[in-house]
Design a protein around this ligand. Structure first.
Ligand code: 13P
Ligand code: SF4
Length: 321
């Protein structure tokens, strides 16, 4: 019979949890990385916060033994592929991604086969199995630079985000073949709601993530990855911004620019909080504490798939320098 262990974390305050996490981090030589869409309190205790590209870069260079990836599953997989000898933990194993789910690996492999002679570019928001049939991985932070680095006549498949792919086609003049996937958060922002906000805040700059639909990209003052939008806000002379991406980014925007005003854009269904990614919000202090304490849930990737997926991720890191 097992011994009874009271669930102490259920009774701990955020402050106590933060202290306990700090202690466990030292004991295990662990590092906590968090995406900008994570809950405020998770971003606050993270050693590194960043966009998808920065998180992959941090994972590739850390000397910690344990990485706690506070993001969604594909981010944990990318870290594990880059660091097969490290333990990669994710606070909640159910933190998936609707965009990654919109691209089934077997269907994508058939799509690739149906387009012989094409270079395959996949957004980092994909499963390891999709990356395994990919030539170069990209993020929203480097997609344009990487596509631009390829010969002008190179035939390209881009997956899975049709909005980001369409945006890259429009700014590079390419005609990449697009996989028809989308993120359920970015695909649902309301053009009318944003137009209304602009009427109320005529001097506000509109910041749009390229996973949003084209009409939103067209009204943007800046289209870019979360890190690019943050940098634009930081260096802009404007004092008000309408932010058309997952609203977790407002935490770091407000941190970096305490005197500026950031207004989260509404989703099409004004009743719901659809400008938040429920998968990203699954990460909590309590779950980070439990993950560090128990070593679970651990992210694992089939070694054969990991080996194939490593090459296009490494190519991305090389081409992003
Ligand atoms: P970036 O952080 O790369 O802009 O990606 C946004 C995103 O949707 C991550 O899931
Ligand atoms: Fe995936 Fe969209 Fe959530 Fe990003 S915001 S993790 S793309 S579902």
């Amino acid at each position: 019979m097992g011994t009874y262990e009271p669930n102490l974390s259920a009774e701990m305050s955020d402050q106590e949890l933060s202290r306990a996490i700090e202690q466990l981090k030292k004991e295990k030589n662990a590092v906590i990385m968090a995406h900008y869409y994570q809950r405020d309190e998770v971003q606050r205790i993270a050693d590194r916060i960043g966009d998808s590209l920065a998180l992959a870069q941090y994972a590739a260079t850390t000397d910690a033994d344990v990485i706690v990836m506070c993001g969604v599953h594909f981010m944990g997989e990318t870290a594990k592929i880059l660091c097969p000898d490290k333990t990669v933990l994710i606070p909640d194993a159910d933190a998936g991604c609707s965009l990654a789910d919109s691209c089934d690996a077997d269907e994508f492999a058939r799509f690739v086969k149906a387009h012989p002679g094409h270079t395959v570019i996949s957004y980092v928001n994909t499963s390891a199995a999709v990356k395994a049939v990919t030539d170069i991985v990209v993020t929203s932070g480097n997609a344009r630079k990487i596509v631009d680095s390829l010969p002008a006549d190179e035939k390209i498949i881009f997956g899975p985000d049709r909005n980001l792919g369409g945006y890259i086609n429009s700014v590079t003049g390419r005609d990449m073949v697009l996989w028809p996937g989308a993120c359920h958060v970015h695909d649902r922002f309301s053009l009318e709601g944003i137009a209304e906000l602009r009427r109320m805040h005529p001097d506000a700059k509109v910041l749009v993530h390229p996973e949003c639909r084209k009409p939103l990209q067209l009204i943007a003052d800046k289209v870019g990855s979360t890190a690019a939008l943050l940098e634009y806000a930081r260096t802009s002379e404007a004092s008000e911004f309408i932010v058309v991406t997952e609203s977790g980014i407002l935490y770091e925007m407000q941190n970096k620019c305490p005197d500026k005003t950031f207004i989260p854009a509404p989703a099409q269904d004004a009743e719901c909080q659809c400008n938040q990614c429920e998968y990203m919000k699954l990460g909590t202090l309590r779950k980070i504490y439990e993950a560090l304490k128990t070593g679970k849930p651990e992210v694992t990737v089939d070694p054969e798939i990991a080996q194939k997926a490593l090459r296009p991720i490494r190519r991305m890191l090389e081409l992003s320098k």
